[in-house]
Ligand binder design. Structure first.
Ligand code: TYM
Length: 331
């Protein structure tokens, strides 16, 4: 008998979710919905760490919530909620801030990358530096053991472990020590225009990423134009990052084994393969897009599910926060 373990993961509501988010995270959350005790979160507070537009922020959050329902997360089988609806996240983040050395945060790759991208260095927010501490609070607040993420979040989950262990040393056993769960294929879906950069939500990514809301024609066009080398062989070859990425996507979307894919396209060149891949992605996203449109048009249902999700999340988070208040002498 497998023991059901508590699982926590999150996704930011800024920008539109893309195929990397779907294959690296969401799809697995759905596939493993009955395997563990799962808690999933739309992390809107994380979305504020870089410049954001208050006029569209609420809408983006709602849209992502609808997307998560559309890909197949079922509130009857998991807890799905919005981070800011559970105030314990910000409270625990503060407590953890006070035991986290700044040096640990300054070493984070994502902080270094994101702050380099910001034109005015003086304006890099404290929130951006603190991002991983809030993430640690998200995870530790639910006694989560497993944290399924893409490769880019591994360092943050490892930092969460360090923070939890330091806290436990200082105040006594309080937190479960979590671990990152990173799948082999799909941990890092790369950009279609440039397979050395990961698929991402950023503005310059329109040809880099397939967004979950892209029209079928746009999806097919992006796949046909995807950067590949001058070879012809469809295979999973690390030294040819373009075709490696496309074969990985094909494998994840169709669930076909790599060996079967390689055999099927032997001697056929990239053209046929890309056409079929475009069709496969369209076929996978079509029902998701249909459900998304339906859910997006029902804001009352979305608000109701968000409220319910937050109530259930607080039932778990409340006692853990109470434990933290007790051991730190806050209560
Ligand atoms: P976010 O919103 O950037 O991404 C959500 C999930 O998608 C994964 N991902 C990818 N996987 C494969 N290939 C890609 N190109 C790709 N791009 C993104 C991410 O690894 C992630 O799993 N900090 C997190 C959100 C977060 C969180 C948490 C996650 C906040 N608190 C607690 C886990 C636990 C983030 O920015 O995800």
């Amino acid at each position: 008998m497998t023991v059901r373990q508590r699982t926590f993961s999150g996704i930011k509501p800024t920008g539109v979710a893309h195929l990397g988010n779907y294959l690296g995270a969401m799809k697995r959350w759905v596939d493993e919905q009955d395997l563990h005790e799962n808690i999933y979160c739309v992390v809107d507070l994380h979305g504020m760490t870089e410049p954001f537009d208050p006029a569209t922020f609420l809408e983006e959050r709602r849209r992502l919530f609808a997307t998560l329902l559309a890909v197949g997360l079922d509130p009857a089988r998991c807890i799905l909620f919005v981070q800011s609806h559970v105030p314990e996240h910000a409270e625990l983040c503060w407590v953890l801030n006070c035991v986290t050395p700044i040096g640990w945060l300054q070493r984070m790759t994502q902080f270094k990358d994101k702050s380099l991208r910001q034109r005015d260095r003086e304006m890099i927010s404290a929130g951006l530096l603190d991002y991983p501490v809030l993430m640690a609070a998200d995870i530790l607040l639910y006694d989560a053991r497993l944290v399924p993420v893409g490769d880019d979040q591994k360092q943050h989950v490892e930092l969460t472990r360090d923070i939890a262990m330091r806290f436990n040393r200082l105040f006594g056993e309080t937190f479960v020590i979590p671990e990152p769960v990173i799948q082999e294929a799909g941990a890092r879906i790369m950009g279609l225009d440039d397979p050395t950069k990961k698929m991402s939500k950023s503005d310059d990514a329109s040809n880099r990423s397939i967004f979950l809301t892209d029209d079928p024609d746009v999806i097919r066009r992006k796949v046909m134009r995807a950067a590949t080398d001058s070879g012809r062989e469809v295979c999973l070859d690390e030294t040819r990052p373009g075709i490696h990425n496309l074969v990985t996507i094909y494998h994840l979307v169709t669930q076909e084994s790599i060996a079967d894919i390689e055999r099927r396209y032997e001697g056929q060149g990239y053209g046929t393969f890309k056409r079929d891949l475009g069709d496969a992605i369209v076929a996978q996203l079509e029902p998701i897009q249909r459900r998304f449109r339906e859910f997006e048009g029902d804001p009352a249902m979305l608000d109701r599910e968000m409220r319910r999700g937050a109530e259930r999340a607080r039932e778990v988070a409340g006692p853990v926060m109470e434990r933290v208040r007790r051991v730190t002498g806050l209560a």
